[in-house]
Design a binder for this molecule. Structure first.
Ligand SMILES: *Cc1c(COP(=O)(O)O)cnc(C)c1O
Length: 224
């Protein structure tokens, strides 16, 4: 199993490097290994290959895997739609980052509990860049205003940038357009401290890198 995972990781790194060097030699692109369909054994094996950052999209799965893998110094990211009745559980787990902050009401609920617990949490605003009803996140036209507002009203949330899922289609031009929408917003948020642009999954990460991504979220290409 480890041999296969190592090969997957090396192949992914090769493809990322090729895409990265074609657009920007100085950019560092982080890999977030999305482990939602992987077992704790597979996560542990991928860690021994050098992968440290992992992402889960369900609070219950995150809790189980964090508990089982507690001895390893892993960096956990939450990437799913967070229901307000799961906020307390998520905060207790102290993940490295919440990549999917998708609404003002969620930000306000998080802020009040973070304040009460005397904690802070890193987060990315999720942008619904293709305006799909199936996806959560802020609409592109409200993103800049909401980013500023959350920074001002929710000081216990440390906003670090943006996350977006590419348009749900086979058409490359439309996916690219959705990435470029997020990229433009990210550029405008740099002077507000935005550093992370999380875009790209197994099917579209090279295109996302061409559009400025510095964090690709890879599930299938790593764990198949
Ligand atoms: C599942 C998931 C991924 C990874 O998808 P793959 O196609 O398996 O690479 C990335 N981001 C989010 C938000 C996900 O839910």
């Amino acid at each position: 199993m480890r041999e296969k995972l190592n090969q997957n990781l090396l192949l992914a790194i090769e493809r990322i490097e090729k895409a990265r060097i074609a657009v920007d030699r100085r950019r560092v692109v982080q890999i977030l290994a999305v482990s939602k369909y992987a077992s704790s054994e597979e996560i542990s094996a991928l860690y021994t290959c050098g992968q440290r950052a992992f992402g889960e999209n369900k609070v219950q799965d995150l809790e189980n895997k964090m508990q089982r893998l507690a001895p390893l110094p892993l960096e956990w990211h939450f990437i799913g739609t967070l229901q307000s009745n799961k906020i307390n559980t998520l905060l207790k787990l102290k993940p490295y980052m919440l990549q999917s902050l998708h609404s003002l009401s969620l930000a306000q609920a998080l802020q009040s509990r973070l304040q009460r617990e005397g904690m802070t949490m890193r987060a990315l605003l999720q942008v619904n860049s293709a305006k799909e009803s199936s996806k959560s996140g802020f609409m592109p036209e409200e993103t800049l205003e909401m980013y500023a507002r959350i920074q001002e009203e929710c000081p216990h949330i440390k906003l670090c940038g943006l996350m977006s899922i590419g348009a749900h289609t086979e058409e490359t031009a439309i996916i690219q357009k959705s990435f470029e929408t997020t990229q433009k917003l990210f550029e405008q948020l740099k002077d507000r401290g935005a550093e992370v642009l999380s875009m790209g999954m197994s099917g579209d990460f090279e295109l996302a890198i061409a559009c400025g991504s510095n964090c690709v979220r890879l599930g299938n290409v790593l764990f198949h």
